[in-house]
Design a protein around this ligand. Structure first.
Ligand SMILES: Nc1nc2c(ncn2[C@@H]2O[C@H](COP(=O)(O)OP(=O)(O)OP(=O)(O)O)[C@@H](O)[C@H]2O)c(=O)[nH]1
Ligand SMILES: [Mg+2]
Length: 184
Protein backbone atom coordinates (compact mmCIF):
# COMPACT_ATOMS: atom_id res chain seq x y z
CA UNK A 1 0.00 0.00 0.00
CA UNK A 2 2.80 2.37 0.94
CA UNK A 3 4.44 1.63 -2.37
CA UNK A 4 1.32 2.62 -4.36
CA UNK A 5 0.97 5.85 -2.40
CA UNK A 6 4.56 6.75 -3.15
CA UNK A 7 3.99 6.25 -6.85
CA UNK A 8 1.08 8.66 -6.81
CA UNK A 9 3.09 11.52 -5.35
CA UNK A 10 3.54 14.29 -7.92
CA UNK A 11 6.95 14.46 -9.50
CA UNK A 12 9.08 17.47 -8.58
CA UNK A 13 11.35 19.00 -11.20
CA UNK A 14 13.62 21.88 -10.18
CA UNK A 15 15.38 24.24 -12.57
CA UNK A 16 18.21 26.42 -11.29
CA UNK A 17 21.09 28.51 -12.59
CA UNK A 18 22.36 32.07 -12.41
CA UNK A 19 20.17 35.09 -13.15
CA UNK A 20 19.59 35.72 -16.86
CA UNK A 21 20.61 32.14 -17.81
CA UNK A 22 17.29 31.57 -19.61
CA UNK A 23 15.41 29.27 -17.19
CA UNK A 24 12.03 30.95 -17.46
CA UNK A 25 12.36 31.25 -21.24
CA UNK A 26 12.99 27.50 -21.40
CA UNK A 27 9.93 26.80 -19.25
CA UNK A 28 7.82 29.11 -21.43
CA UNK A 29 8.48 26.69 -24.28
CA UNK A 30 7.39 23.73 -22.16
CA UNK A 31 4.21 25.40 -20.89
CA UNK A 32 3.32 26.55 -24.42
CA UNK A 33 3.72 30.30 -23.78
CA UNK A 34 6.35 30.26 -26.51
CA UNK A 35 5.11 28.10 -29.37
CA UNK A 36 7.40 29.09 -32.21
CA UNK A 37 11.06 29.90 -32.56
CA UNK A 38 11.28 33.69 -32.10
CA UNK A 39 13.48 35.92 -34.26
CA UNK A 40 14.89 37.82 -31.27
CA UNK A 41 15.29 36.92 -27.57
CA UNK A 42 11.89 37.31 -25.88
CA UNK A 43 11.53 40.13 -23.38
CA UNK A 44 11.54 38.62 -19.88
CA UNK A 45 11.43 39.80 -16.28
CA UNK A 46 13.67 38.34 -13.59
CA UNK A 47 11.89 35.64 -11.57
CA UNK A 48 11.26 36.75 -8.01
CA UNK A 49 11.98 33.76 -5.79
CA UNK A 50 10.26 30.51 -6.74
CA UNK A 51 7.66 30.25 -9.50
CA UNK A 52 5.72 27.00 -9.64
CA UNK A 53 3.96 25.52 -12.65
CA UNK A 54 2.81 22.12 -13.87
CA UNK A 55 3.92 20.38 -17.05
CA UNK A 56 3.57 16.94 -18.56
CA UNK A 57 6.98 15.32 -18.28
CA UNK A 58 7.23 11.81 -19.74
CA UNK A 59 3.42 11.62 -19.65
CA UNK A 60 3.31 12.40 -15.95
CA UNK A 61 1.98 15.48 -14.25
CA UNK A 62 5.07 17.19 -12.89
CA UNK A 63 5.44 20.14 -10.54
CA UNK A 64 8.09 22.50 -11.81
CA UNK A 65 9.93 24.86 -9.48
CA UNK A 66 11.67 27.71 -11.29
CA UNK A 67 14.14 29.17 -8.80
CA UNK A 68 14.97 32.76 -9.78
CA UNK A 69 18.73 33.21 -9.90
CA UNK A 70 19.31 36.76 -8.65
CA UNK A 71 21.83 36.95 -5.82
CA UNK A 72 19.38 37.57 -2.96
CA UNK A 73 17.37 34.52 -3.95
CA UNK A 74 20.46 32.36 -4.45
CA UNK A 75 21.57 33.17 -0.91
CA UNK A 76 18.12 32.37 0.44
CA UNK A 77 18.00 28.88 -1.17
CA UNK A 78 21.45 27.97 0.10
CA UNK A 79 20.69 29.29 3.61
CA UNK A 80 17.37 27.47 3.94
CA UNK A 81 17.92 24.32 1.88
CA UNK A 82 15.25 22.24 3.65
CA UNK A 83 12.58 24.45 2.03
CA UNK A 84 13.74 23.88 -1.52
CA UNK A 85 15.80 20.74 -2.02
CA UNK A 86 13.55 17.96 -0.68
CA UNK A 87 11.93 15.24 -2.82
CA UNK A 88 13.43 16.39 -6.14
CA UNK A 89 13.15 13.78 -8.91
CA UNK A 90 14.73 15.82 -11.72
CA UNK A 91 17.21 18.64 -11.32
CA UNK A 92 18.01 20.84 -14.34
CA UNK A 93 20.96 23.21 -14.07
CA UNK A 94 21.12 25.92 -16.75
CA UNK A 95 24.44 27.44 -17.83
CA UNK A 96 24.51 30.46 -20.17
CA UNK A 97 27.39 29.53 -22.49
CA UNK A 98 27.65 33.14 -23.70
CA UNK A 99 28.09 34.63 -20.23
CA UNK A 100 31.81 34.64 -19.57
CA UNK A 101 31.42 36.95 -16.59
CA UNK A 102 29.13 34.58 -14.69
CA UNK A 103 30.96 31.31 -15.39
CA UNK A 104 32.92 31.12 -12.12
CA UNK A 105 29.98 32.23 -9.93
CA UNK A 106 27.86 29.63 -11.74
CA UNK A 107 30.38 26.90 -10.94
CA UNK A 108 30.39 27.97 -7.28
CA UNK A 109 26.60 28.11 -7.17
CA UNK A 110 26.33 24.64 -8.69
CA UNK A 111 28.83 23.18 -6.21
CA UNK A 112 26.84 24.58 -3.28
CA UNK A 113 23.60 23.23 -4.67
CA UNK A 114 25.07 19.84 -5.50
CA UNK A 115 26.02 19.18 -1.88
CA UNK A 116 22.48 20.01 -0.81
CA UNK A 117 20.91 17.81 -3.45
CA UNK A 118 23.09 14.93 -2.30
CA UNK A 119 21.80 15.52 1.21
CA UNK A 120 18.10 16.17 0.60
CA UNK A 121 17.37 14.37 -2.71
CA UNK A 122 20.14 11.84 -3.28
CA UNK A 123 18.20 10.05 -6.04
CA UNK A 124 17.52 13.15 -8.15
CA UNK A 125 18.50 12.84 -11.80
CA UNK A 126 20.93 15.56 -12.86
CA UNK A 127 20.65 17.29 -16.23
CA UNK A 128 22.76 20.21 -17.50
CA UNK A 129 21.42 22.58 -20.12
CA UNK A 130 24.17 24.49 -21.93
CA UNK A 131 21.82 27.22 -22.99
CA UNK A 132 22.08 30.08 -25.52
CA UNK A 133 23.89 27.74 -27.90
CA UNK A 134 22.47 29.96 -30.64
CA UNK A 135 23.00 28.91 -34.28
CA UNK A 136 24.96 32.10 -35.02
CA UNK A 137 27.04 32.11 -31.83
CA UNK A 138 30.75 31.59 -32.38
CA UNK A 139 32.30 30.23 -29.16
CA UNK A 140 35.91 31.44 -29.98
CA UNK A 141 38.59 30.25 -27.56
CA UNK A 142 36.46 30.78 -24.46
CA UNK A 143 34.57 27.51 -24.63
CA UNK A 144 32.46 27.95 -21.52
CA UNK A 145 30.76 24.57 -21.78
CA UNK A 146 34.00 22.59 -21.46
CA UNK A 147 35.35 25.05 -18.86
CA UNK A 148 32.26 24.51 -16.72
CA UNK A 149 32.41 20.72 -17.07
CA UNK A 150 36.13 20.65 -16.29
CA UNK A 151 35.47 22.42 -13.00
CA UNK A 152 32.54 20.36 -11.79
CA UNK A 153 33.33 16.87 -13.10
CA UNK A 154 35.84 15.88 -10.37
CA UNK A 155 33.19 16.51 -7.68
CA UNK A 156 30.56 14.55 -9.59
CA UNK A 157 32.95 11.61 -10.06
CA UNK A 158 33.85 11.62 -6.39
CA UNK A 159 30.16 11.40 -5.51
CA UNK A 160 29.58 8.70 -8.16
CA UNK A 161 26.95 10.89 -9.81
CA UNK A 162 25.99 10.46 -13.45
CA UNK A 163 24.53 13.29 -15.46
CA UNK A 164 23.02 14.08 -18.84
CA UNK A 165 23.76 17.22 -20.84
CA UNK A 166 22.07 19.07 -23.68
CA UNK A 167 22.85 22.11 -25.80
CA UNK A 168 19.77 24.31 -25.99
CA UNK A 169 18.71 27.62 -27.52
CA UNK A 170 15.51 29.56 -27.86
CA UNK A 171 16.40 29.93 -31.55
CA UNK A 172 15.66 26.23 -32.02
CA UNK A 173 12.79 25.38 -29.69
CA UNK A 174 13.13 21.73 -30.70
CA UNK A 175 16.46 21.68 -28.82
CA UNK A 176 14.54 22.53 -25.63
CA UNK A 177 11.80 20.00 -26.29
CA UNK A 178 14.38 17.27 -26.86
CA UNK A 179 16.04 18.03 -23.51
CA UNK A 180 12.67 17.49 -21.78
CA UNK A 181 11.75 14.37 -23.71
CA UNK A 182 8.96 16.02 -25.69
CA UNK A 183 10.61 15.29 -29.04
CA UNK A 184 13.39 13.01 -30.15
N1 LIG B 1 20.65 34.69 -27.12
C1 LIG B 1 19.78 34.02 -26.35
N2 LIG B 1 19.07 34.67 -25.41
C2 LIG B 1 18.20 33.95 -24.66
C3 LIG B 1 17.98 32.56 -24.85
N3 LIG B 1 17.07 32.13 -23.95
C4 LIG B 1 16.74 33.20 -23.22
N4 LIG B 1 17.40 34.30 -23.64
C5 LIG B 1 17.31 35.67 -23.08
O1 LIG B 1 17.97 35.69 -21.81
C6 LIG B 1 17.36 36.66 -20.96
C7 LIG B 1 17.04 36.07 -19.61
O2 LIG B 1 16.04 35.07 -19.75
P1 LIG B 1 15.19 34.51 -18.51
O3 LIG B 1 14.47 33.32 -19.02
O4 LIG B 1 14.42 35.58 -17.87
O5 LIG B 1 16.38 34.08 -17.52
P2 LIG B 1 16.23 33.41 -16.07
O6 LIG B 1 17.29 32.38 -15.97
O7 LIG B 1 14.83 32.96 -15.84
O8 LIG B 1 16.61 34.64 -15.11
P3 LIG B 1 16.14 34.82 -13.55
O9 LIG B 1 14.66 34.68 -13.51
O10 LIG B 1 16.62 36.18 -13.14
O11 LIG B 1 16.84 33.75 -12.77
C8 LIG B 1 16.12 37.18 -21.72
O12 LIG B 1 16.46 38.39 -22.34
C9 LIG B 1 15.88 36.09 -22.78
O13 LIG B 1 15.24 36.60 -23.93
C10 LIG B 1 18.74 31.90 -25.89
O14 LIG B 1 18.64 30.70 -26.14
N5 LIG B 1 19.61 32.68 -26.60
MG1 LIG C 1 13.40 33.48 -14.51
Amino acid sequence: MDHVENEEQPIKLVIMGMENAGKTTILDVLTGKIRETPNKPPSMNPTKGVERSTILFFQKETKVWDLGGQETYRNEYLSNPEKYFHTISFFFYVVDIQDYYRLVPSVMYFKGIFNLIKKYSPDAKLIFLFHKTDPDYIPDDRNLKSKFLEKIEPGLKLANTLYIKYDTTIFDIKSIKIAFGLES
